[in-house]
Design a protein around this ligand. Structure first.
Ligand SMILES: NC(=O)c1ccc[n+]([C@@H]2O[C@H](COP(=O)([O-])OP(=O)(O)OC[C@H]3O[C@@H](n4cnc5c(N)ncnc54)[C@H](O)[C@@H]3O)[C@@H](O)[C@H]2O)c1
Ligand SMILES: O=c1ccn([C@@H]2O[C@H](COP(=O)(O)OP(=O)(O)O[C@H]3O[C@H](CO)[C@@H](O)[C@H](O)[C@H]3O)[C@@H](O)[C@H]2O)c(=O)[nH]1
Length: 334
C-alpha cells in the first residue's frame, strides 16, 4: 500500500489532518523537525524527525514508504517574525519547498497538496477575496508562500505533477475529542491567545485597533475550524487520486466575526469576564478579510461541520484547559 507524506505533521493543522487520514485508513509518514511541532501529536503514523529541505533524507523516506502523494504543511508561520527575519522565511518556506519538489521530481511523485494562506492577498478593496483576486502580499511570510505557489504551478505546468493549493483563512479550534490541539508556544493568533488568557496563562487579552471601518471598529476575519480544514485536505487528496485537475482554493466559511465578537465568545465559553485591554492597531494588520469559498464547495464537494463561532471557541478553550492541567469537558464540546 502506498503512503502519504505529511510534512509538518507534528504541528497544529498537520496533526489534525494526519489524525483524519489515519482514521479513514490511509497509511501516513510524517517528516517534522519539531521546531514548533510535538512528537506526541502524531498518532498512528510513521514519524521521521528531520528537515523537509534535506534532499537525501526526504528521498530515502519517499522510497522506503512508497509515497504517492505529499501534503506539505512544514513552514514558519509567524507574520511579525517574517518581517524582522525575512531570510528565515524565504529559506524555510520557499527554499525548502523547492528541495521537496526536487525530491518529488526524482521519485516521480505526481500529487502535491500545499498549505498556502490568505496572506497572499494582502489588503483587498472590499475585504473579500476569491481565488482570482490579485495577490499582493504585504509581508515576507505571504510572499514566501506566494513564491512557493508559483514554483509549484510552474513545475506542474511541465506535466510532471498535479497540485491542490489550499489558501487557509484564519484557522482555529481543536479536535472536539481533545486528543490533540493547538500547542504552539508563544502563539500570536487571536483565539489561541484569548483562550490562554481565559485559563489564566496571560493577564489580559489585547484588542489591537478599535477604529477600523468595520461594524464595531475591530478587525474582522473568517475563522475556519481546523477539523473542517483537515477534511478539505482529504477531499483534495481524493480529487488528485481520481485524476482531477490542478486547483487553487480558498479555505474559509465565507463570513466573518470581529475581534470583539471573538473575545465575547471566549468569555461566554469560559463563563467569566475577561480582562480586555484596548490598544492601537497592530502594524501590518488589515481591517477585514473574508473568503469567497464557493470553489472549494463546488470542486471538492466540501461542506463544513463546525461553522459556529461558539463551537470553535469551546474546542479551543477545552484544549487550553488540558494544556494548563485543568479538568475539562473534552468529550462533550461537540
Ligand atoms: N494557523 C493558521 O492560521 C494558518 C493560516 C494560513 C496558513 N497556514 C499554514 O499552515 C501550515 C501549518 O501551520 P500550523 O499553524 O499548523 O503551524 P505549526 O507551526 O503548528 O506547524 C508547522 C510544522 O512544521 C514543522 N516544520 C517547520 N519547518 C520545518 C522543516 N524545515 N522541516 C520539517 N518540519 C518543519 C514544525 O515543527 C511544525 O510541526 C503552514 O504551512 C502555515 O503557513 C496556517
Ligand atoms: O492578541 C491579539 C491577537 C490578534 N488580534 C487581532 O485579531 C485579528 C486576527 O489576528 P491573528 O489571529 O493574528 O490572525 P491574522 O493576523 O489575521 O493572520 C493569521 O491568518 C492568516 C490567514 O488569513 C495566516 O496566513 C497567518 O499565518 C495568521 O497569522 C487581527 O485583527 C488582530 O489585530 C488582537 O486583537 N489581539
Amino acid at each position: 500500500m502506498n503512503s502519504v507524506l505529511v510534512t509538518g505533521g507534528a504541528g497544529y493543522i498537520g496533526s489534525h489532518t494526519v489524525q483524519q487520514l489515519v482514521e479513514r485508513g490511509d497509511r501516513v509518514v510524517v517528516i517534522d523537525n519539531l521546531s514548533t511541532g510535538f512528537r506526541e501529536a502524531v498518532r498512528g503514523a510513521s514519524f521521521v524527525e528531520g528537515n523537509v529541505g534535506d534532499i537525501e533524507l526526504v528521498s530515502r523516506v519517499l522510497e522506503a514508504h512508497r509515497v504517492d502523494a505529499v501534503l506539505h504543511f512544514a513552514a514558519h508561520t509567524v507574520v511579525p517574525e517574517s518581517v524582522s527575519d525575512p531570510l528565515k522565511y524565504y529559506g524555510n518556506n520557499t527554499g525548502n519547498t523547492r528541495n521537496l519538489l526536487a525530491c518529488c521530481a526524482r521519485a516521480g511523485i505526481d500529487k502535491f497538496i500545499f498549505s498556502s494562506t490568505a496572506a497572499v492577498y494582502g489588503s483587498t478593496e472590499a475585504g473579500v477575496a476569491d481565488e482570482d483576486t490579485p495577490t499582493r502580499p504585504i509581508n515576507p511570510y505571504g510572499t514566501s508562500k506566494l513564491m512557493s505557489e508559483t514554483m509549484l504551478r510552474d513545475w506542474c505546468a511541465t506535466g510532471a505533477m498535479r497540485h491542490v493549493i489550499l489558501r487557509y483563512f484564519n484557522v482555529a479550534g481543536c479536535d472536539p475529542l481533545g486528543r490533540i490541539g493547538h500547542s504552539t508556544p508563544q502563539a500570536t493568533l487571536l483565539i489561541k491567545v484569548a483562550c490562554e488568557h481565559a485559563v489564566g496563562k496571560r493577564p489580559s487579552i489585547s484588542i489591537y485597533g478599535t477604529d477600523y471601518d468595520t461594524p464595531d471598529g475591530t478587525g474582522v476575519r473568517d475563522f475556519i475550524h481546523v477539523e473542517d480544514l483537515a477534511a478539505a485536505h482529504l477531499r483534495a487528496l481524493d480529487h488528485l487520486r481520481a485524476g482531477g485537475d490542478c486547483l487553487t482554493l480558498n479555505c474559509g466559511y465565507g463570513h466573518g466575526y470581529s475581534v470583539r465578537e471573538v473575545v465575547e465568545a471566549v468569555a461566554r465559553a469560559a463563563g467569566h469576564r475577561l480582562n480586555v485591554v484596548e490598544l492601537p492597531r497592530r502594524p501590518g494588520d488589515i481591517p477585514k478579510l473574508i473568503a469567497r469559498s464557493d470553489r472549494l464547495r463546488e470542486a471538492l464537494g466540501w461542506e463544513p461541520c463546525y461553522d459556529d463561532l461558539d463551537l470553535i471557541v469551546r474546542t479551543a478553550l477545552s484544549w487550553e484547559h488540558r494544556l494548563a492541567g485543568n479538568s475539562f469537558r473534552a468529550a462533550s464540546v461537540a
